[in-house]
Write a protein that binds this ligand. Sequence first.
Ligand code: HEC
Length: 147
Amino acid sequence: MKKSFVFAAGIIALTGLALTLSSSQVTAQKKGKSRPLTTAQLMSGLVKPQLVAIQGHAGGEKTPEGEDGWKSLTTSIALLNESSYTMMEDDRCPDKIWADACQILRKATASGLQAAAKKDAAGVRESIAGITASCKACHTEFKYKKK
Ligand code: HEC
């Protein structure tokens, strides 16, 4: 009887701790510590439009059109690469899952930039797969589960 009471009290204490930890994670995911940009603004204003632009140039069977197409594609990949740093700054990153997703994004965009420099459309398409894998890696944990 006494043992199970201690056990139950332990469970309650642990649940409380878990709730405290996860609520501080939610704060970290929504915004950084001191800068005004929210994660939602970062996503809707920078990250998503650049992915849409990249897919417009090189998604599916597409190949960027002319010098302007390649230049604009390269700009979008570089901005997405930069966003992988912004996502890590200002104490926005709550844990390793977040940090790993940013690494995936950084690596995929770096290889996309190398492919774009060689006007290698197939290489860019491969990097798009890595880029979307990074969105998924983070969203599965933070956008859907804990919101
Ligand atoms: C390191 C984590 C992380 C990565 C990587 C990431 N996202 Fe997000 N994203 C989030 C979080 C967290 C939210 C929820 C923000 C909120 O509602 O406060 C979100 C929300 C969004 C939203 C909704 C924004 C809104 O207005 O509510 C879009 C669109 C989005 N992400 C697109 C993308 C795309 C496209 C990629 C990949 C190129 C991506 N995200 C990669 C963490 C990430």
